[in-house]
Design a protein around this ligand. Structure first.
Ligand SMILES: [Zn+2]
Length: 110
């Protein structure tokens, strides 16, 4: 048995697991960290949000950490001509006719 860690299963409470039963996950873009483990008692998988320092500690103890990035947006089509007044008019929303929706906007104006 290698390093051990104490984890808390929602069903069984505190459990001692080998660190090989743990796996971490870090989003490189927003820093969200979590780890998961399979409970040795009931076999259910628990995922817990974690601080980065805990993930670093787990990694230094041999826990496999998956690092991932948010999906990048698809490339935007190139606009080859300048916008005209007609293009902008096409983009403008239709005139607001629902008074219930327009009232809060009126209140916000000085
Ligand atoms: Zn359990």
């Amino acid at each position: 048995m290698g390093n051990i860690a104490r984890v808390t299963c929602k069903t069984c409470g505190d459990q001692i697991v080998d660190t090989s039963a743990l796996r971490g996950r870090v989003c490189e873009d927003n820093g969200h960290c979590e780890y998961r483990f399979t409970c040795p008692n009931c076999d259910s998988v628990t995922v817990r949000h974690s601080e980065r320092r805990i993930i670093d500690l787990l990694e230094s103890n041999g826990v496999c950490i998956d690092k991932w990035e948010l999906p990048r947006s698809l490339p935007v089509a190139q606009i080859t001509t300048d916008l005209t007044v007609i293009d902008v008019a096409d983009l403008a929303p239709p005139p607001q006719t629902d008074t219930k929706l327009s009232e809060p906007v009126r209140y916000l104006k000085p």
